[in-house]
Design a protein around this ligand. Structure first.
Ligand code: FES
Length: 104
């Protein structure tokens, strides 16, 4: 899987998020208590801009701004309706001071 460098580690401190576009896919990258997580920025319910919603770093969730489904950033699964299908997640890691995202 090809790696994509997103930014430096300093640019994504704990509790921060960043939306990037890789190969035409919008992806939200989050720092949940030092753990980097990434999900597709498109809600599985009605294509809402998921990563723009409210990020709760303590719970590691994001709330879809369109109809309010709460998604677990680790699994990509919704915890509340109306969404019921998971969104895609992507591996992220910190390496050499950079944050790298793997996208197929
Ligand atoms: S589009 Fe996200 S909950 Fe409806």
């Amino acid at each position: 899987m090809p790696d994509h460098t997103i930014c430096t580690i300093e640019e994504l401190p704990e509790g921060a998020k960043k939306i990037v576009e890789v190969d035409g896919i919008e992806i939200g990258v989050f720092n949940c208590g030092g753990e980097f997580l990434a999900i597709e920025d498109r809600c599985s319910h009605d294509d809402g801009p998921l990563a723009e919603g409210e990020f709760d770093p303590a719970a590691c969730t994001v709330e879809c701004p369109r109809h309010g489904s709460l998604f677990d950033l680790k699994s990509g699964r919704p915890k509340t309706l109306p969404a019921f299908a998971p969104v895609e997640t992507f591996p992220v890691r910190a390496e050499d001071g950079q944050i790298k995202l793997e996208v197929d």
